[in-house]
Design a protein around this ligand. Structure first.
Ligand code: 6PG
Length: 482
């Protein structure tokens, strides 16, 4: 009997996905560039299963049933191209290559188009959930050649996480790089969620002077509210974790955040498309700022250490902080969905936002109860332009507003940096202001560069120039928007 699917790349994610597929009754052919890795896997975790090995790409191809489905679980970038180049001459028309790495979506756009010319189908799929997700049910976000989906669907939906109603956290996202795009936004949102949690932690630790056990209890309680999520849950575990000397391990960890680039891509993409994705972008910058450790240490000496004491009823502040976190999280998701909407329109992907929320409901790093409410919002209005306008989310934003403002103002007053929570509030203030001061900005542009402006008392699209100084002349520059 030939194999149902081949997987290339036997690092932890690849191995765990294979074992997961095997658990669901699929015969998997496993390959790795170094043959010893194949042997180690077959004699180790894969022992006693139906998994078979392949020591060359030709052997892998020969052992698969048609149309062949070959999933790459290798490092994103050139390695993917190099495997594609080697595989293509061995494949038949109609065969399917799947890239399950964290690939930047323009690469997937390019690969789908290039392989289409050769008659090979290509799927670029986001896979989220880390090692455990891969082993027992990840969130899977596939996009690319739609013709390939019916062949891959049963396997992917079988191995994916399921919601509380047993719906698979995996569905077809859209053409081209849509799957990898949605995974990129997932990761951007992951950056935002993590940053918001760290801001709440710093407020509690430095502002309210709370112990780690106290903070752990707060996160345990928060996890029973609308904030119920994987990231809140692991935060409570982390805060309670003691090093061998009995002290909280978290305080011994160097405060410089790493990043592999997906958050940065999300921010760059938002700038490219003109979407005000402020919270996620602030989260990326917060990681960048954290990495300037030596400079920060010097600057603290230079400017003096801040006394960030927050006075008042601790319990009242904790509840205010919870509301500020929840409201900011709504803004973060609202901005992320705005970005997806713009990309969908621009690329003709026809994204189904309710389905995206469903795919993120389980298995992935940002899984949370909250995503069910997002799905409901898009069920009610599939074209919702701002998540915060949905009645459920609008209600939370309105109810949290006063607490959110208090936390933001206090953080500024005592000098606790909370870039994401404060920028989220500023975004909402801007988004809900019918008249912003951009009229003055337009006047400035016209003053120094004759860039022209539109008038509130004339139809849109009619451009005016004023000779502000009487010296500049009446010639205007060409009008275009980037
Ligand atoms: C997931 C994660 C994963 C990502 C890590 C690390 O969905 O399982 O998003 O894909 O690689 O979270 O990302 P950073 O190193 O950029 O923090």
């Amino acid at each position: 009997m030939k194999g149902d699917i081949g997987v290339i790349g036997l690092a932890v994610m690849g191995q765990n996905l294979i074992l997961n597929m095997n658990d669901h009754g699929y015969k998997v052919v496993a390959h790795n560039r170094t043959a010893e890795k194949v042997d180690e896997f077959l004699q180790g975790p894969a022992k006693g299963t139906n998994i078979v090995g392949a020591y060359s790409l030709q052997e892998l191809v020969d052992k698969l049933e048609s149309p062949r489905k070959i999933m790459l679980m290798v490092r994103a970038g050139d390695v993917v191209d190099s495997f594609i180049d080697k595989l293509v001459p061995l494949l038949d028309k109609g065969d399917i290559i799947i890239d399950g790495g964290n690939t930047n979506f323009p690469d997937t756009n390019r690969r789908v188009a290039a392989l289409k010319e050769k008659g090979i189908h290509f799927i670029g799929s986001g896979v989220s959930g880390g090692e455990e997700g891969a082993r027992f049910g990840p969130s899977i976000m596939p996009g690319g050649s739609p013709e390939a989906w019916p062949f891959v669907k049963p396997i992917f939906q079988a191995i994916s996480a399921k919601t509380e109603n047993n719906e698979p956290c995996c569905d077809w996202v859209g053409n081209d790089g849509a799957g990898h795009f949605v995974k990129m936004v997932h990761n951007g949102i992951e950056y935002g969620d993590m940053q918001l949690i760290t801001e709440a932690y710093q407020f509690m630790k430095d502002g309210l002077g709370m112990t780690h056990n106290e903070m752990q209890s707060v996160f345990i309680e928060w996890n029973k509210t609308e904030l119920n999520s994987y990231l809140v849950e692991i935060t409570s575990d982390i805060l309670g974790y003691k090093d061998t000397d009995g002290e909280p391990l978290v305080e011994k960890i160097l405060d410089t955040a790493g990043q592999k680039g997906t958050g940065k891509w999300t921010g760059i993409n938002a700038l490219d498309m003109g979407i005000p994705l402020t919270l996620i972008t602030e989260s990326v910058f917060a990681r960048c700022l954290s990495s300037l450790k030596d400079q920060r240490v010097e600057a603290e000496e230079l400017f003096g250490k801040k006394e960030s004491i927050v006075e008042g009823d601790k319990q009242v502040w904790i509840e205010a902080l919870r509301q500020a976190l929840l409201a900011s999280k709504i803004i973060s998701y609202a901005q992320g969905f705005m970005l997806m909407r713009e990309a969908s329109n621009e690329n003709g992907w026809d994204l189904n936002y309710g389905n995206v929320a469903l795919m993120w409901r389980g298995g992935c790093i940002i899984r949370s109860a909250f995503l069910s409410n997002i799905r409901d919002a898009y069920d009610i209005d599939p074209e919702l332009s701002f998540l915060g306008s949905d009645s459920y989310f609008k209600g939370i934003l309105e109810n949290s507003m006063s607490a959110w403002r208090k936390v933001a103002a206090k953080s500024m007053e005592v000098g606790i940096p909370m870039p994401s929570m404060t920028s989220a509030l500023t975004f909402l203030d801007g988004y809900t202001t019918a008249r912003l001061p951009a009229n003055l900005l337009q006047a400035q542009r016209d003053y120094f560069g004759a860039h022209t402006y539109e008038r509130v008392d004339k139809p849109k699209g009619e451009f005016f120039h004023t000779n502000w100084t009487g010296k500049g002349g009446d010639v205007s520059s060409t009008t275009y928007n980037s």
